[in-house]
Design a protein around this ligand. Structure first.
Ligand code: UGA
Length: 432
């Protein structure tokens, strides 16, 4: 099929590359000229496991191309995926200007009937508005079939999530979209996994899924504080809970809390929707509050156990989660900002996210970014683990044993407490 993907961020680029890989002819449109130049030579602007190879191969095979130009790109297009950003405004509501601009450009340049799939995360009710918006703008006699097609890609695992989805949600009231969807996703999902819903249900499924996962994390984090107080073990508690199939084992890892460009934004978006329409609700706000409490809780654990303005601290992990270079709403960055004035120097290491973290921590002059996680360990009084990058699991206890104080604050419960203690460390996890 001839497909156009608008927006080359995480969602757009993964969608475009994977659709091209499974046999479609895909053209990506973006307004950022510099980004397009880079993409054309296979330079991916962010880290995503496996993506670069797929893009390079598809560009070489001429099944994937990039353009700034709506006019040429929409020639003979059969389906359009809208993947533009909807960043939060100061009032917490998503900014829909990119979405409206793209719809306007589509309307101005379209020459034939088309199916539009909206992947951008937008509050319930927005897609109906978007559908009417483009229909009003189209001057020619063309049929626009419209669908809300939310994405469920996890950063760091996005390619695999796209190729092996748990479900594909298509919210539409147009029978033609069903036919087009089956054709687009035929090499990716069986018909059992292709779920057709109303537009509004699809929009709510997206927000509700993210908010529910965030709620699980906030819940286990609160329990981890109780576990700390009574010297229980949150890993045992998780195991005992998750053997109940109704609860399950996923998203029950306690730690510093959730971050990223999705959970915090979507919780706020959901809370806003309830408020705007006067519908009683408390969970989304409570989860946000609880997540902030977790950072305060952990930072107090650190400052309560390591007192002294002359102390130096080593922080491993800056990204909002393991396997990504993304630092948006990163709990690690928030923690560093909180504790930075309490200590003389903070050495910060991350295998992927240093470039992005530097921009977030401009002005924090006592933070030194390092390339080798063991190099400055001798100067430090403690080690803080703030992101669940897998390389931290195989820590060399001998090397970190050169620290001035043998003190570990494990904000992701990634190390084994008993093992750390065997090596002579004082170990503080969360709930263990
Ligand atoms: C999330 C959802 O998982 C995706 O399904 C969704 O498509 C995406 O948002 C989106 O809306 O675009 P993502 O933000 O990439 O994906 O990251 P997650 O893997 O969900 O992790 C979110 C945060 O929760 C991270 O900070 C992570 O460290 C934390 N987390 C996760 C925990 O603290 N404990 C856990 O058990 C799991």
């Amino acid at each position: 099929m001839n497909i156009v993907v608008i927006g080359t961020g995480y969602v757009g680029l993964v969608t475009a590359a994977c659709l091209a890989e499974c046999g479609h002819q895909v053209n990506c449109i973006d307004i950022d000229k510099e980004k397009l130049k880079k993409l054309k030579r296979g330079d991916i602007p962010f880290y995503e496991k496996g993506l670069k190879n797929i893009v390079l191969k598809a560009v070489k095979n001429k099944t994937l191309s990039f353009s700034k130009n709506y006019n040429q790109s929409l020639n003979q297009v059969e389906a359009i995926f809208l993947c533009v950003g909807t960043p939060p405004k100061v009032n917490g509501k998503p900014n829909l200007s990119y979405l409206k601009n793209s719809l306007t450009s589509i309307a101005e340049n379209l020459e034939n009937d088309v199916a539009i799939f909206v992947k951008s995360t937008v509050p319930v009710g927005t897609n109906k508005f978007a559908k009417e918006f483009i229909q009003k703008k189209i001057k020619k006699d063309l049929k626009i079939s419209f669908a809300s097609n939310p994405e469920f890609l996890k950063e760091g695992n996005a390619v695999s999530d796209f190729k092996k989805p748990d479900r594909i949600i298509i919210g539409t009231d147009d029978p033609l979209v069903k036919k087009v969807s089956k054709e687009i996703y035929k090499n990716i999902a069986t018909s059992k996994k292709l779920i057709f819903t109303s537009i509004e249900s699809a929009e709510i499924i997206k927000y509700a899924s993210n908010a529910f996962l965030a709620t699980k994390i906030a819940f286990i984090n609160e329990i981890s504080r109780l576990s700390d107080h009574f010297n229980a073990d949150i890993k045992e508690i998780k195991k005992g809970m998750s053997m109940d199939e109704r609860i399950g084992e996923h998203f029950l890892n306690s730690g510093l809390g959730f971050g990223g460009s999705c959970f915090p934004k979507d919780l706020d978006g959901l809370a806003n929707r309830f408020r705007e329409f006067g519908i009683p609700s408390s969970i989304p706000n409570a989860v946000r509050l609880s997540n902030n409490q977790q950072i305060n809780y952990f930072s107090k654990k650190i400052t309560g156990n390591l007192i002294g303005k002359t102390s130096c601290v080593m922080v491993w992990g800056l990204a909002f989660k393991g396997g990504t270079d993304d630092v948006r709403e990163s709990p690690s960055i928030k923690l560093i900002k909180k504790i930075s004035n309490k200590y003389k120097e903070i050495y910060a290491y991350d295998p992927l996210a240093i470039f992005n973290a530097k921009k977030e921590l401009v002005g924090f002059s006592n933070i030194k970014f390092i390339k080798d996680k063991y190099e400055f360990i001798k100067k430090c009084d403690c080690l803080i683990i703030a992101t669940e990058h897998s390389e931290f699991k195989s820590v060399d206890f001998k090397k970190i044993g050169k620290m001035k104080n043998k003190l570990i604050f494990d904000g992701r419960n990634i190390l084994n407490k008993q093992q750390a203690e065997k090596h002579g460390f004082i170990y503080h996890g969360i709930g263990v």
